[in-house]
Design a protein around this ligand. Sequence first.
Ligand SMILES: *Cc1c(COP(=O)(O)O)cnc(C)c1O
Length: 437
Amino acid sequence: MEEKERMVLIDMQEEIESVIDAVRNHHELYTNALPLIASENITSNPVRMLLASDLSHRYAEGDVGNRFYQGCKYIDEIEEKAIRYAKELFDAEHVNVKPVSGVNANIAALFALTSPRDRMMALSVPNGGHISHSKYSIPAMRDLVLETFPFDVKEMNIDTAKMLKEIKLKKPSLLLFGCSLFLFPHPVSEARAAADEVGAKIVYDASHVLGLIAGNRFQDPLREGADVITSSTHKTFPGPQGAIILCKEEIKEKIERAVFPGTVSNHHLHHVAGLAVTLAEMLEFGKAYAAQTITNAKVLAQCLYEVGFDVLCEHKGFTESHQIAIDVLKYGGGAAVAQKLERANIIINKNLLPSDKDPDKPTGIRFGVQELTRIGMKDSEMREIASLITRAVRAKAEVNRVKEEVKELRKGFQEVKYCFDGKDAYKFLELKLSEYL
Ligand SMILES: *Cc1c(COP(=O)(O)O)cnc(C)c1O
């Protein structure tokens, strides 16, 4: 009996250590790599500390000042600040910081604004739409009739003239803008009058571009006529994983109910604290961060184009966002190239392009430069990275050397920028938190 208990304990210790080792290895990989996945970012140190705080253990169902549980005095203060900062940053009439993911926010917004058998219009997945906009996800769960936006492949955007005709013909009750392969602003203002004519609401899914919107770049969906913005908070917006909904005052009740109690019971309070801090960071540094992000994307695209990569949309400057898209069919397709780059510690994803016939064999790759921008990289690093990418994709035997150069480059970029580096303030926070950890 005694012996058995001891063996269990030893095993448990080993198991726990093996998990911690894997996390350590993961950290080592990511501090020595060039993460270029367009949907990711990193949080500042204070946000990381908040994510480990006691808030992660608590419940606070309900609203600020009106909770179902006691003990929420400071949680109220934190959530109130997050909402206030978001209203200020995005000039939004109403804000909800509770959805725990972008898809969660989309479920809440689409259920709030549609009834079963309604029609909605969104981008198809090969044209850049997110899976949650597709027949495999929310539209099917809500039993909606799904129409897709007409798409201009050459322009890599919604075909505005055809879209207006389709809206008048199909009379959808909801238009869902925004997408995941998102190079150029969507025609929201152009759609507004047609939407009014047929009584459609406009939802703008800003998951990829919220950090650019925060810095007054890309587009301003609320001013252009969107009724609602749904968004993840961890892509170009460099906050904790989670989501936010911004909307007009007149539909706030519907949105509120669809979030709580509709699709979230307890929201993630440590993420709300991290979001509040990231919103403050973006109020201060958002403009500089967004401008450099877009510059970096354009420089990387230009350099890769000049050495012969088929970067999409050269005729319109490649991109207006953090992303660039490349057709890599001549190098064996998206999967082969993404794997090759991974061997050099350059981390990207294969991506479907509108021209793809087989959804299981994407011919494209997608880069996002927001995370490298967040750690301080600028134009000259983008030039260097373009050359590393070129060598890693084309080289036969050289990949290990490229990997060493990637590690060398990363040595100079280990700190998060565009956040307060008032280290003393954080020391204080760290000390206070460590009393409880
Ligand atoms: C990433 C993404 C989402 C999903 O966000 P999660 O936080 O992963 O649930 C939703 N919509 C679009 C357009 C996205 O790119």
